[in-house]
Design a protein around this ligand. Structure first.
Ligand SMILES: Cc1cc2nc3c(=O)[nH]c(=O)nc-3n(C[C@H](O)[C@H](O)[C@H](O)COP(=O)(O)O)c2cc1C
Length: 304
């Protein structure tokens, strides 16, 4: 029997719940030769800044047990080049296009969102893990005030569905989630990478030129599931879960914790077909368990 894998997130219908995560899928161009991009529920594009950025100097990516540590530093062509050179291709090939945006000041976020508001991007995802240079450089998303400020700033200039992407590098993830919800976010996505560091014992130098970086991949799954569960129980808006999903079972776990949809990032770096395998696996699970649609899974973790 054909199962219904569609889900609605922030008012936008996705044909299935699997989205390529920002920063691990570029603008889809490298993958379009492998399979039709519209097989994915959606694509979250590489984080966009006001101007082109070359990112951090290398080494900026390192393998680590069960994961990846990266300090790519938001390398991207800038929002104008995205709109002109990448968005038309994406809109033609993909079903749902999510523009992930980043900035150091409220003006950065406002300007980028205003530009995207005039395009046919389906959802704007706010990456609030960027340093707040208005306040000493800690990430916007480490405080409820910072999360609220960015959400409010962007909400004021666009009616597009807003997905606020939380950083896990906080004491209580529900505080930033609730702050974003109160300022008009339509959806919360989480988690971004977990701050980490490795040192090469031969050279005695940090492995990354930037000293620290963000940890992602299978190793972070339990942290992500815990945070998705906490946030899903704290807000009324939709939740999109990510962090360490490499198999269909991981995606289902994330949905049971409360996510309506999931994003897959690091897994794509070793297997570009990972999202498709996850979609197939979800359908198999639905068949095996006689599940008609995914509302029977989302948030349905059973209490002890
Ligand atoms: C190389 C790399 C680049 C990333 N770039 C971005 C980015 O530009 N914007 C963003 O919001 N998240 C970015 N992320 C974070 C991912 O979107 C995702 O939140 C995180 O990696 C956890 O999911 P995963 O374990 O499936 O990779 C990046 C992750 C990696 C590994």
């Amino acid at each position: 029997m054909k199962r219904d894998l569609s889900v609605t997130v922030a008012g936008v219908k996705l044909s299935n719940p699997v989205i390529a995560a920002s920063g691990t899928y570029g603008f889809g161009e490298d993958y379009a030769g492998l399979y039709p991009l519209n097989l994915l529920g959606g694509i979250s594009c590489k984080g966009l800044t006001a101007e082109k950025r070359n990112g951090n100097p290398p080494p900026r990516i390192a393998e680590t047990p069960g994961g990846v540590l990266n300090s790519v530093g938001l390398q991207n062509p800038g929002v104008d080049a995205f709109i002109k050179e990448h968005l038309p291709f994406l809109k033609e090939k993909a079903d749902v296009v999510i523009a992930n945006i980043a900035g150091e000041t409220r003006d950065d976020y406002r300007n980028i969102a205003e530009k995207l508001d005039g395009t046919d991007v389906d959802i704007i995802e706010l990456n609030i893990s960027c340093p707040n240079i208005e306040k000493g450089g800690a990430a916007w998303g480490v405080s409820a005030d910072g999360a609220a400020a960015i959400t409010k700033t962007v909400r004021a200039v666009t009616k597009k569905p807003l997905m606020v992407k939380l950083t896990p590098n906080v004491t209580d993830i529900t505080e930033t989630a609730k702050a974003a919800e109160a300022q008009g976010a339509d959806c919360i996505s989480l988690i971004n990478t977990i701050l980490g560091m490795r040192i090469d014992v031969k050279t005695r130098r940090p492995v990354l030129r930037n000293n620290t970086g963000g940890l992602s991949g299978a190793a972070v799954l339990p942290v992500a599931v815990r945070m998705v569960w906490q946030v899903a129980n704290a807000v009324k808006i939709d939740v999109v879960g990510m962090g360490g999903i490499t198999r269909a079972e991981d995606a289902i776990e994330m949905m049971l914790a409360g996510a309506k949809a999931v994003q897959v990032g690091t897994a794509i770096m070793t297997d570009p077909y990972a999202p498709l395998k996850i979609i197939d696996g979800i359908e198999l699970y639905m068949n095996d368990n006689n599940i008609t649609d995914l509302s029977e899974i989302a948030g349905k973790v059973l209490p002890w």
